[in-house]
Design a protein around this ligand. Sequence first.
Ligand code: NAD
Length: 454
Amino acid sequence: MTATSHDVINPATETVVTSVPLASVEETDAAIARARAAFPAWRDVAPGDRARLLRRFADAVDADRENLARIEVENAGHTIGNARWEAGNARDVIAYYAAAPERLIGQQIPVPGGLDVTIHEPLGVVGAIVPWNFPMPIASWAFAPALAAGNTVVLKPAELTPLTAIRLAELAREAGIPEDVFQVIPGAGTVVGQRFVDHPDVAKIVFTGSTAVGKQVMAGCAQHVKPVTLELGGKSANVVFADADLEAAAAAAPYGVFDNAGQDCCARSRILVEASAYDRFMELFETAVRGVVVTDPADEKAEMGPLISAGQRERVASYVGSDAPVAFRGSAPDGPGFWFPPTVLTPDDPADRVLHEEIFGPVVAVVRVADEAEAVRVANDSAFGLSGSIWTRDVGRAIRVSRAIEAGNLSVNSNSSVRYWTPFGGYKSSGLGRELGPDAPLAFTETKNVFIAT
Ligand code: NAD
């Protein structure tokens, strides 16, 4: 039997926070019907008025930032510092796309015999399916540009983390966005998510989650020739060359993989170190890993909290068996909570699964590479291609290696991948399409060409 509600568990204490009803197929259909009915009026809201409503929505999120952050600490075990950033990111993304309705500019193309213009028309109802690892940012990357382009949105949060999405929908209503224009529908992936994919009145799917489910979503969308954006898994490489500022690279490396307890699609979960710098890097890296503050995520000093669930901890632990090549580990609290210490592995076998599978926990594998060519080869020896880092003082090498690595988001002398101004997405099994950046609203439109004979 399908569950009708979900107990939300605080991952740091294992206590029940609240219980959230899960929508049925019938309730999902009713929500899609309301979104469909609300579409023509929302599409026809004057661009300046739609912009104003989105700016008010961003202001409402800003005013509620601390509350949203506290909810995420309790629901997802995110550190309070991270959760504040996430609420601020949702605000910024909504504010950024509030400028889009007035700038959805088409082209006038020179043709013989008349005037030719292109128009970006909204699609209708957009279905957004969101994972549990960054509930607020990932939701906003989907709904903000979709709403800005004139679509209505039905959004399904992950079963484990529905609370901030529910609050964001309340804030949208408080800001004056009509209720049926942006609806959050908590429910099971196989019920609500699957229905979004199968329902003929959902015009597009934007999915963030695992590669396995993403492939099913894409196959389902194919039945309707339904456009789909996929943001999937990663196994990103952090490449450290001997000419880099090794102190800076080693000090930053733990946060490039252990942030959000490693539950980050952009986690630099493979560190590739040029052989001549390997020993020095590992010495510095060990000090940095032991210094990561793993504690109660509500503590202002916390740098890493627990994993999301008991199941996730079991999955992560399966990669660190008794024979695992552990080089060193950080600390984690005892007692209740789904804790797992930062763990550094040094596998010998290039085929070792810790170098190829997304662990989605605080586990990193470090390997030696002989030179630039081997670094590029090993970095690309992955089914994934989401992000990655290159640490070097040689500008030419930074550019060569950035061009050579098959991934959508690379940083040089930095481990940060996400900026709402710039496009985000993956190569290979990491996804299809891009979110964020100036073009995101276009992913929620059809381009219509109109020729007017003169
Ligand atoms: P998941 O694939 O299990 O679930 C993602 C969402 O899909 C959830 O809301 C789930 O309920 C729903 N879902 C499950 N089955 C479905 C179905 N048959 N049809 C439609 N929807 C269904 O992923 P997760 O465990 O929640 O999230 C972790 C994964 O997300 C990791 O692989 C991570 O790399 C990936 N991720 C990717 C990005 C990115 O931008 N590339 C960002 C964050 C997370």
